[in-house]
Design a protein around this ligand. Structure first.
Ligand code: G4P
Length: 528
């Protein structure tokens, strides 16, 4: 029997808003049997939310654990699906969650291809070269040509796209997909309103007689031609290249019509990697291995209680090694000791499992502000996991205090929120103004609210002349020359690292070109 950790597959779904991430998440959970539609009635609108066991925990604890991780079993494996909040919830958490995932599913809207948010999320995946599986969604609507979609992936994301299927039509003419590996056709059937949970699609041989009752001669000829071209022109799927993050296998379907979801579950089961060694310092080895004896993991997200009467926070820890048991004592790398007596476990369907967690799993650790994003927790307290980065902000706001006498107070508030990972903090070298940075607008709102509620400060966050920032490194004399030339654009972050503040992306590339000896970083590890 393989060890528990080897059964874990921890992944995230990334997409541009509206591509269908929520619908796909829901259908993955339904198809894997992790959730049921209440009374087999498909709720609409407000009720049509992804649901699972943790919602109960959420109600009982009064904490909004909003869809942080959902667990299901499929084909003998245990999948942890991490939520990467999108839409207005989009924040650094979205990016950081990807540091806790071992692979990702990229959802594209078949009519739109690669959209801007997808591009950014893939950039983050690339920091660790995590393998990406592609699901082209909404084939039940008019779609771009499949080869155009593959080219889009190749061109915009610089990923080799290996089609695993080839669709027959789209929109009203969508009939299903050819399985390029098996010479079979997966038949699309529009589900009816009173269908129960998703069922596997019927498969028929592409060379038998039955296919002629599904596709017209012209459709079959077109499909054959497309599939042949795909086999000739596109790279064949290479599992190693996928695992190294260079190639993405591409599947087609419709999350809303529950088509292609089982194929995706199968693909994940076949190819998605389990937990691997995590580079770390401080311990007896240069990395934490999933089969290691000592329990160790890192915090990738801290969720504050939205209720101001409770100071509770939940820190989400991704386990990297050892077998965690409820009640265990763990230490942070900065020496804080915590007894994890009431961890929130997300795989509680099976009660017996709920007291233990393994490498690849995520547990929620309630605490009163002791834990920060990027903290490593381990039994010895010696380990420090590398690679939990901050990301270049895309929104920068200047903090302006009504009462200038409270400047020290403001500094403390902003620093502590930055330490928690709510927002980033930069201090301009000239003038000393505080500029807060975020990758999503919600981060700024949450921060403004907390500055007012928890620190009782009257602060406005006004637009700053800067739009983005890059961490800069290089030889000392070269750095000094740049700083001298662009004094007003230089700031320090909370750890004292140098940052170049830019008015826009164009300025970043312009300055980069002018200063080839300086490195401009889009991401920075919290403490190197
Ligand atoms: P997101 O989480 O990526 O933002 O996307 P979400 O699943 O919320 O889907 C966005 C919209 O696209 C929803 O429509 C959803 O029903 C629709 N959608 C998702 N997958 C498919 C698909 O395969 N085919 C088609 N035709 N539509 C799909 P909405 O009208 O915004 O919401 P709702 O009223 O349906 O909930």
């Amino acid at each position: 029997m393989s060890p528990e950790w080897a059964r874990r597959r921890t992944f995230a779904i990334i997409s541009h808003p509206d591509a269908g991430k929520t619908t796909l998440t829901e259908n993955i959970l339904l198809s894997a049997g992790a959730i049921r539609l209440a009374g087999q009635v498909k709720a609409r609108g407000e009720n049509r939310r992804t649901q699972s066991d943790w919602m109960k925990i959420e109600r009982e604890r009064g904490i909004s654990v909003s869809a942080s991780v959902m667990t299901y079993e499929y084909g003998g494996l245990l999948f942890n699906l991490l939520d990467t909040p999108g839409h207005e919830d989009f924040s650094e958490d979205t990016y950081r969650t990807l540091t806790a995932a071992d692979s990702a599913i990229m959802v594209l809207d078949a009519a739109k291809g690669v959209e801007p948010r997808t591009l950014k999320l893939v950039e983050v995946c690339r920091l660790r070269d995590i393998p990406i599986l592609t699901f082209i969604n909404k084939m039940d609507r008019e779609a771009m040509d499949p080869s155009e979609l593959l080219d889009d992936i190749q061109d915009k994301l610089a990923l080799d796209a290996a089609p695993m299927q080839w669709p027959s039509g789209s929109g009203n003419r969508f009939k299903g997909v050819a399985d390029l590996e098996r010479d079979e056709f997966v038949v699309y059937r529009r589900p009816s309103a009173d269908d129960a949970d998703p069922v596997r699609s019927q498969r028929v041989s592409l060379s038998g007689n039955e296919i002629s009752s599904i596709l017209s001669e012209a459709e079959l000829a077109e499909l054959r031609e497309g599939a042949e071209l795909a086999r000739e022109v596109c790279p064949a799927f290479n599992p190693q290249s996928y695992r190294e993050g260079h190639m993405t296998p591409v599947y087609f379907g419709s999350a809303l019509r529950q088509f292609g979801v089982f194929e995706l579950l199968e693909a994940l089961k076949q190819v998605a990697p389990g937990p691997e060694a995590q580079p770390a310092t401080g311990g007896p080895a240069p990395e934490l291995t999933p089969d290691g004896k000592e329990v160790a993991g890192f915090v990738f997200k801290v969720q504050a209680n939205m209720d101001p009467n409770h100071r509770d926070r939940v820190a989400f820890m991704r386990l990297c090694s050892g077998t965690f048991k409820r009640g265990m004592k763990l230490k942070t790398d900065s020496g804080k000791l915590l007894t994890v007596s009431s961890p929130i476990m997300f795989f509680a369907q099976d009660r017996e499992l709920a007291d233990e967690a393994f490498a690849g799993d995520v547990i929620g650790v309630p605490n009163h502000g002791a834990l920060r994003v990027g903290d490593t927790l381990s039994e010895s307290g010696k380990w420090r996991v590398a690679g939990i980065p901050n990301f270049a902000p895309e929104l920068l706001r200047r903090a302006r205090l009504k009462d200038p006498l409270k400047a020290k107070h403001l500094k403390k508030a902003l620093e502590s929120l930055a330490e928690e990972g709510v927002t980033q903090l930069f201090r301009l070298q000239v003038g000393g103004d505080f500029v807060v940075g975020a990758v999503g607008a919600l981060q700024i709102d949450v921060m403004a609210e907390r500055v007012a509620a928890e620190y009782n400060l009257d602060v406005t966050f006004e637009p700053s002349p800067y739009e983005t920032a890059r961490w800069i490194t290089g030889e000392r004399d070269k750095l000094e020359a740049l700083i001298d030339r662009h004094k007003t654009a230089i700031a320090e972050d909370i750890d004292g690292a140098l940052v170049f503040m830019a008015k826009n992306a164009w300025e970043v590339s312009y300055i980069q070109e002018k200063w080839p000896d300086i490195e401009f970083h889009r991401a920075k590890e919290r403490r190197a």
